[in-house]
Design a binder for this molecule. Structure first.
Ligand code: S3P
Length: 439
């Protein structure tokens, strides 16, 4: 396990960078291409810990995938789609490692297969709730068992029926699991969601010829024969990764950076709204489209921030950004409050309790509530030793906090940053950031 050493940043961040491909889209590109009819080609694919788990699992299900490592952190994949019913029985349990998206979406696909399978993962993944997918899949007729609502999941062959399902939480992973199972089900399926969970599944399936219809709060897959056409796409940069350098530039005096080719799907851009509400200078330029997803160049420059309150729909659209938003809030004048974010407690770690504990170690005053937290700023963090607790986004947020600190910060167990952002440290260094791996 590698530690990350961060020194107080003395100079502004400057430059133009790209961030690796979107994690949510990279998972889906492999999963959906695997059950398409024919050869798919995906460029700019993210080779991170989580997405590599999906790639290996699909190979274990008999899907030929060739990889060309064009750039270290942007691969091109050629996937030989096997059609909806052409996957092969796996020889062993499928290891989804730390990837919640992998296990939950794959459960939807495997629920409709004529062979049994077992889905498992790391200790961290085994702690995350799986009842949220088991319940609707069982209601569709799936024969799926969990260990008291947790992985490993054992799936046996079953014939599935469509469902009308109201998601209890706005989760794209649950919505996607139901929609994928629906591809194998008799009859129509309709899913209602309480808030705008990311819609990459709907966009990608539609681009592959599946006749989905979607509104802000619902998705419908009509009855009838389903086939997926092969996919051709360039994966946009991950806004959830771009958020770290963007926030760092917002907080460090004199900074001005540009991140090119970032996905700006409106179900993902909550962080840009939150930063704008705090007075940050982040702009979206040269908007264009790639593979059915909007893409843009984002620029950020230093500005004084003021506190803000966050609740409601925007929480879903910024759900992965609260570790780094907390760092921004710690530098904003006044009391910033987050509410309606209880989902953070069931992410890679409890991203309320664990985040609060680590920020306090750096002297940042943060008060937890059941569904969020309040931070009084601005407070310059002090130096010290903190831990990622094996959570990539917590590790990167603590590294950015370290740049603002009065003394050196060591982030323990930080190599997990490559679960979503391989090259994070090198990318930050390219902007002039004073952080490095301990050798
Ligand atoms: C994801 C959905 C979100 C998000 C996760 C990726 C996806 O989780 O937090 O990082 O790719 O569908 P939930 O669906 O549990 O909200």
């Amino acid at each position: 396990m590698a530690d990350l050493l961060v020194s107080p940043q003395q100079t502004p961040l400057r430059g133009t960078i790209r961030v690796p491909g979107d994690k949510s889209i990279s998972h889906r590109a492999v999963l959906f291409s695997a059950i398409a009819e024919g050869q798919s080609r995906v460029e700019g694919w993210l080779p991170a810990g989580d997405t590599l788990a999906t790639l290996e699992v699909m190979r274990a299900l008999g899907v030929p995938i060739t990889v060309s490592e064009d750039e270290p952190n942007a691969w091109s994949l050629t996937v030989e789609g096997q059609g909806l019913c052409g996957l092969q029985p796996p020889a062993a349990p499928l290891d989804c490692r730390n990837a919640g998206t992998c296990i939950r979406l794959l459960a939807g696909i495997l629920a409709g297969q004529p062979f049994p399978s077992v889905l498992d993962g790391s200790e961290q993944l085994r702690r995350r709730p799986m009842r949220r997918i088991v319940t609707p899949l069982q209601a569709m007729g799936a024969v799926i068992e969990s260990e008291d609502g947790h992985a490993p999941l054992t799936i046996n062959p079953a014939s599935l029926s469509g469902i009308r399902y109201r998601l209890p939480v706005a989760s794209a992973q649950v919505k996607s699991a139901v929609l994928l199972a629906a591809l194998y089900a008799r009859g129509a399926t309709r899913v209602r969601q309480p808030g705008p969970a990311r819609d990459h599944t709907e966009r990608m399936l539609a681009a592959m010829g599946v006749p989905l219809r979607a509104g802000r709060h619902w998705v419908r897959l009509p009855a009838g024969k389903r086939r997926l056409r092969p996919l051709q796409m360039v994966v946009p940069g991950d806004i959830s990764s771009a958020a770290f350098p963007l926030v760092a530039a917002t907080l460090l005096p004199g900074s001005a950076i540009r991140v090119e080719g970032v996905g700006v799907n409106p179900t993902r851009t909550g962080i840009l709204e939150l930063l704008a509400n705090m007075g940050a200078s982040v702009s979206v330029e040269a908007e264009r489209e790639s593979g059915g997803e909007p893409v843009a160049d984002l620029t950020a420059r230093f500005d004084e921030l003021h506190a803000t309150s966050v609740s409601g729909d925007v929480v879903v659209r910024a759900i992965d950004e609260f570790p780094i938003w907390a760092v921004a809030a710690s530098q904003a004048a006044g009391a910033s409050t987050l509410r309606d974010a209880a989902e953070l407690r069931v992410k890679e770690v409890d991203r309320i309790g664990v985040l609060a504990g680590e920020l306090r170690l750096l002297g940042i005053p943060i008060a937890e509530t059941a569904d969020g937290f309040t931070i009084h700023g601005p407070v310059r963090p002090r130096g010290g030793t903190v831990s990622s607790h094996g959570d990539h986004r917590l590790g990167m947020a603590l590294a950015v906090a370290g740049l603002m600190a009065t003394g050196p910060v060591r982030v323990l167990d930080a190599d997990c940053v490559s679960d979503s952002f391989p090259g994070f440290v090198e990318t930050m260094q390219a902007l002039g950031a004073s952080m490095s791996w301990e050798i």
